[in-house]
Ligand binder design. Structure first.
Ligand code: LLP
Length: 481
């Protein structure tokens, strides 16, 4: 499944209005509010002022909100897995693929999260930003030697906390590099649990027929464990499972937790000692539009996972391992919005089906960004919503599609939203919940420059990722100097 979602054309006008911050706080940064003059405010700064003083398009991060969400994840895990409850402790690692910058690393680690990385770039960024190496993990289904070398030498040679082994071949690769460096690699093995969950086929990762992890029930896991155990430079820390992304509810996580505990018990028996840790990955979903349910909170997720782990371990008669999770989207998505300036506005005449409900037309509202700063609607058919950021309007709603300025018709930011009929060039539109997989999946398609990321807090704003300039792009081309 990808591309355009099923059409929602037939829903009556007014059904696809963007919820205001006081109507659906879960869709907005914690500080978002509508001012009396009609402007939206985030972090104590009015969005029209930010557009004037900085730039559009821009990602706007409510840093206090991110700090809060990171703190809630870290605290929820620590509380639910507290040893006073007979548990063995827990960790929350922020999945940097959702969005990484040095400011974000410092913000989330300051609240007690570790950092989960999946490439040389992410790992270097986490280290350069000062994340404690022992609180960093490295993922990847096809790791480069350079990634493994950095993982093993970071922190003055102590290495990062954990490398997630994704295949049998990788065992030999890490053993070879660790041996050459005269060090020991702490590893966990990523397994496919068979649990199929997540919003889109492209982001669902626990089932058998996909590229990540090793099979749990076809002999692959046992082969990998035997190879790790036979490697003098590898220390087996435990098992990992990531079942998918944008998952609603807790049932799939509970199921995966039970399966991983069962596998850990089987392996412990085989190797003659308990595995100290399990990691249950990321995947907790968020709401993107008023149609989406209020999402599972970190506290609910941690509590459900804790109960599932405890129940499984009791049944299996095994000691409770330390448990970690890797939430990306749920940590940062709602803490950020995208701010665009409206340009060209035009109406398309609709076919008979939709004509009646929508008074015959769909409005195309073009903004100054597009699929280069948010590929998710085009890639996954992801739905977003949007509202005016500079004013409120009593004009009747018009079914609108917010599009970018790229050279293709799939360049859509919001498939369907009801916006006031007087929305016009110069207005500002804000799209909430763009903190995860927006900037991090941005491109330079059509040689558009990537927007910057503006952090706002206490009315003060600063770029934590400056906007690219045309010169940044041209600098890569030796013929353009
Ligand atoms: N851990 C591992 C091993 C992962 O592969 C992922 C996401 C996460 C943690 C974080 O998952 P989260 O908590 O953010 O759901 N680009 C897609 C999402 C891809 C997710 C890939 N792995 C999207 O925009 O929906």
């Amino acid at each position: 499944m990808s591309g355009a979602p099923e059409s929602m054309d037939h829903r009556p006008l007014g059904d696809l209005l963007c919820p205001e911050p006081d109507e659906r706080p879960d869709l907005w940064p914690w500080s978002a509010r509508r001012r009396e003059d009609g402007a939206l405010e985030i972090g104590g700064a009015a969005l029209p002022d930010l557009a004037r003083d900085f730039a559009t398009p821009a990602f706007i991060l409510d840093r206090a909100d991110l700090r809060g969400r990171a703190g809630v994840w870290a605290t929820a895990m620590a509380e639910e897995f507290w040893d006073g409850y007979g548990m063995a402790g827990a960790d929350a690692f922020y999945a940097g693929k959702a969005f990484l910058s040095s400011d974000v690393v410092r913000t989330v680690t300051g609240e007690g999260m570790g950092v989960d990385t999946a490439s040389l770039g992410e790992l270097t960024m986490a280290l350069r930003a000062g994340a404690e190496p022992s609180r960093i993990g490295l993922h990847g289904n096809n790791k480069l030697n350079s990634e493994i070398e950095l993982a093993l030498t970071a922190g003055d040679g102590a290495g990062i906390g954990r490398i997630f082994i994704d295949s049998l071949a990788e065992v030999a690769q890490i053993e070879r590099i660790a041996s050459a460096l005269g060090t020991t690699a702490r590893v966990m093995v990523r397994v496919k649990t068979g649990v199929h969950a997540g919003g889109n086929e492209y982001v669902s990762t626990g089932h058998e027929d996909q590229k990540f992890g090793v099979g749990a029930f076809d002999g692959q896991l046992d082969e990998v464990i035997a190879a790790v155990e036979a490697s003098p430079h590898l220390e087996l820390r435990g098992l990992h499972s990531h079942i998918g992304s944008q998952i609603q509810g807790t049932a799939a996580f509970e199921e995966a937790a039970g399966i991983i505990c069962g596998l850990a018990a089987r392996i412990s028996t085989g190797i003659g000692r308990p595995l100290p840790e399990i990691d249950l990955g990321g995947g907790v979903g968020v709401a993107y539009t008023g149609d989406d349910p209020v999402p599972t909170s970190p506290v609910e997720a941690a509590r459900a996972i804790a109960a599932a782990v405890r129940g499984a371990c009791e049944e299996l008669g095994m000691p409770i391992p330390r448990v970690s999770v890797e939430p990306g989207r749920s940590t940062i998505a709602p803490a950020m919005v995208s701010l665009y300036r409206v340009g060209a506005v035009k109406d398309a005449t609709l076919g008979e089906d939709a004509a009646e409900a929508l008074h015959g037309r769909r409005r195309y509202i073009a903004v100054d960004g597009g699929m280069s700063d948010n590929i998710r609607p085009a890639l996954y058919g992801a739905r977003y919503t949007a509202t005016l950021a500079n004013r409120v309007s009593d004009a009747p709603p018009v079914r609108s599609r917010i599009v970018g300025k790229h050279c293709e018709s799939g360049d859509v930011i919001v498939w369907d939203v009801d916006l006031p009929a007087d929305t016009a060039a110069g207005d500002l539109l804000v799209v909430p919940v763009t903190g995860a997989y927006g900037y991090s999946m941005a491109s330079n398609y059509n040689m558009l420059t990537k927007p910057g990321v503006l952090a706002v807090e206490n009315g003060e704003a600063e770029w934590i990722m400056r906007p690219q300039s045309i010169e940044d792009l041209l600098a890569l081309d030796p013929g353009c100097r």
